[in-house]
Design a protein around this ligand. Structure first.
Ligand SMILES: *Cc1c(COP(=O)(O)O)cnc(C)c1O
Length: 465
């Protein structure tokens, strides 16, 4: 199995290199050259299997010869041992035909742990074998950074640097990044906003001399290895409610389109998914795209579901590649237009294909708070604001849906206590295993919003200066 770039110019790479590289050098994203499929009997056999067992069968076709079967089983067992639920990603029921897939039982209480814990272990084995050491640098608005730090802390093949906007992440999110004591973890408070952090990251990747000197690797949501890890829970959840004998639908609170693209991948692999529903908050570029074919940026408005406050949905490029029959030149032209004009228009054929697979809905701030309150009254479930966006969009379409609907619960309510308490009057407590988060000492390095300053820090801390 090889990986090709969505822009058609970077060389095809095996899984290991696509994972360690992150972004293709032509600016594109790596996707598998062909979609592997699983037959109905194999899918049916998942009904009584552990999460790790299903993960083994779903992910293995993507790996080529990167790991032996024994190595990969060991990686999976280490990755998910940190989860606080034996099912890893359990289902709960909200209503007739409506289920919630809880993806927040990992160490940082958001679904990003599901992928990040796995790629931490995969990096360690792949780099350890080569006797190499790499430097992971990431930018975060909160959830990605803490998940990356939890996944890579203490691994000896990796240094991890996470830049976050000083003063603009929640206390829980900051403490999850600044309290790990391991010397390979570096939490960096940048004097700027999230866009500044992302711009610094991009500039580091474009500084090829620096990139090669520190063996820079990226683990943001465009890394293919993250998407692949997320395919697994679509299978475990669908099988639990009757697949492959019946079709199942999913609603996904969406930002960068990584999570829902994993659902699309599951469908391409043979999972009988009926509808894939994109749920957005007031930052609704994807919903507008589905409505009209017009993919135009309009500026980010901060919301109570901050992990979905995006204006460029980077993984959408992977879907555009499919909508245009995998023509890299077509993708290149559209992405160029997005960069220079702030928008592109999908062709009629591409829009039609998009609508064949996806639906979409939007949930504003008031509706998000109302949904948290209403679900608490009706079911006793306390939803995080991101999950509430999904639940609202899913609920609106339950009456004309003919398959069980599964909404992805992307974070634990305790990660966003202020918004949740103001919506439903309940202060969601942290799970017991992290109840001492506010007692642990913090370690923070402050840096100005300046590329040279950040690069100098990375060089010095990794001993490559
Ligand atoms: C990252 C995140 C999302 C959005 O996921 P994408 O893969 O970017 O679409 C939704 N909810 C929470 C809690 C997140 O952390």
């Amino acid at each position: 199995m090889k990986y090709v770039s969505t822009r058609g110019e970077a060389p095809a790479l095996p899984f290991e290199d696509a994972m360690l590289t992150g972004l293709a050098r032509d600016g594109g994203l790596y996707v598998p050259q062909t979609w592997p499929t699983l037959d109905a009997d194999t899918i049916a056999s998942f009904a009584f299997a552990s999460y790790e067992e299903v993960a083994f069968h779903v992910i293995r076709p993507f790996l080529g010869d990167t790991f032996t079967d024994d190595e990969f089983r060991e990686i999976l067992s280490k990755a998910y041992a940190s989860f606080g639920h034996v099912c890893r990603c359990p289902l709960v029921q909200l209503n007739a035909g409506h289920f919630l897939l809880e993806l927040f039982h990992g160490p940082t209480l958001a679904f990003k742990d599901v992928a990040m814990q796995l790629i931490g272990q995969m990096f360690q084995v792949a780099l350890g074998r080569k006797g190499e050491r790499c430097t992971i640098v990431g930018a975060t608005s909160g959830d990605t950074g803490s998940a990356a730090i939890e996944a890579f802390r203490g691994l000896d093949a990796v240094d991890v640097f996470i830049m976050y906007p000083d003063g603009r992440v929640s206390d829980v999110q900051r403490r999850q990044m600044t309290t790990p004591a391991e010397s390979n973890v570096h939490a960096i408070a940048v004097d700027g906003d999230f866009d500044d952090c992302q711009a610094l990251l991009k500039d580091m990747f474009n500084d090829f001399a620096f990139r090669d000197r520190v063996q820079l690797a990226g683990v943001n949501s465009i890394n293919w290895a993250r998407v692949v890890a997320q395919i697994v829970y679509y299978f475990t959840a669908a099988v639990a409610v009757g697949a492959p004998k019946r079709n199942v639908s999913f609603t996904v609170p969406t930002g960068n389109f990584g999570d829902i693209f994993a659902g699309y991948a599951a469908k391409r692999m043979g999972l009988p998914i009926d509808r894939l529903v994109i749920a957005t908050n007031q930052n609704d570029i994807l919903h507008r795209t589905l409505q009209s074919g017009d993919h135009s940026k309009s500026g980010v408005t901060p919301s109570i579901s901050p992990s979905m406050d995006i204006q460029v949905s980077s993984n959408f490029e992977r879907l555009v590649f499919e909508l245009y029959d995998r023509r890299g030149t077509a993708v290149q032209a559209l992405m160029q237009q997005l960069k220079t004009e702030g928008s592109f228009e999908l062709s009629g054929a591409a829009l039609q294909r998009l609508r064949q697979e996806f639906d979409s809905g939007r949930c504003d701030e008031r509706q998000t708070a109302e949904t948290i309150a209403e679900q608490y009254r009706q079911t006793g479930e306390v939803l995080c604001p991101h999950t509430a966006v999904g639940v609202k969009v899913a609920s609106d379409r339950l009456s004309d849906n003919h398959s069980p609907m599964i909404t992805l619960a992307t974070a634990h309510a305790a990660k966003f206590p202020a918004a949740v308490e103001s919506a439903c009057g309940v202060h969601p407590p942290l799970p017991e295993r992290m109840a001492d988060l506010f007692d642990r000492p913090e370690r923070i390095t402050q840096v100005p919003n300046d590329l040279q300053a950040v690069e100098a820090l990375v060089l010095q801390r990794t001993g490559r200066g």
